[in-house]
Design a protein around this ligand. Sequence first.
Ligand SMILES: *[C@@H]1O[C@H](CO)[C@@H](O)[C@H](O)[C@H]1NC(C)=O
Ligand SMILES: *[C@@H]1O[C@H](CO)[C@@H](O)[C@H](O)[C@H]1NC(C)=O
Length: 202
Amino acid sequence: MPPNITPQATQRPVLRRFNLVRCVAICCLALIVLVGLVVLITWLAIRPRKLDYTLENGSLQNFNLNNNRHLNATFDFVLVAYNPNSRTSVYYDFMESEVSYKDQTLAFGSTDPFFQPHRDTTRVESRLVATNLALSPSTYKDLRREKSSGEIKVDVHFRSRVRFKVGLWKSKHRTLKITCPSATIHLSWSKHFENVPCDAEL
Ligand SMILES: *[C@@H]1O[C@H](CO)[C@@H](O)[C@H](O)[C@H]1NC(C)=O
Ligand SMILES: *[C@@H]1O[C@H](CO)[C@@H](O)[C@H](O)[C@H]1NC(C)=O
C-alpha cells in the first residue's frame, strides 16, 4: 500500500507560493496601468496636432520665353503655416522651395530659418527664380499656350528640416515635405489668387 499523503499537506506551501505570485502579478499590473495612465495623460496634454499649410498668394514676374525654348521667370509665393498645438513649438531650421510644371522643375528658392511658437500663424514668403532655363519641347509648347491664356498651373513644393519643442525638450531633426498642388497663377494683376490647401508629410 502506498503511504497515505494527505492532499492538504502538499498543497499548503504551493498555495502560499501561488498567493505570493498572484500578489506580485497584481502589483505589476497595477504599476503598468498607472504608468500607462501617466503616459496617456501626458500624451493628451501635449498631443501634437497636424501642422497646417496653405498657399495664399502666388505671382509671376519677368516671365519670358524665347524661341530657343529658354525661360526667365520670377515666382513669388506666400505659404501660411499654422501651428494648432498649444504646447508644441516648431523650429524650421532650413526651408527650400521648388516650383514645377508638368514634371519639369522651373525654379528653386530658399527661405530664412524661423521659429514658430505654439498656436501661431506665420507667413512664409519665398521667391523662386528661373534664369535662362532650358525647357523640354513639350513643356515649352504647353507653357507658351498657357501664357497666352493668361494663367499657369504649377505645383509648389517645400522641404524643411524641423525640430519640435515641448517645454525644455527638443526633438531630433525631421524632414517635412509640403506639397501645394495645382496652384493657378494669373498673369493679369486684376485676378485674385485662389488659396491652395497643401499636404504635409513628416
Ligand atoms: C499677392 O502678391 C502680389 C505680388 O506680390 C501682390 O501685389 C498682392 O497684393 C498679393 N495679394 C495678397 C492678397 O496678398
Ligand atoms: C534671361 O535673362 C538673361 C540675362 O539675365 C538673358 O541673357 C537671357 O537671354 C534671358 N532669357 C530669356 C528666355 O529671356
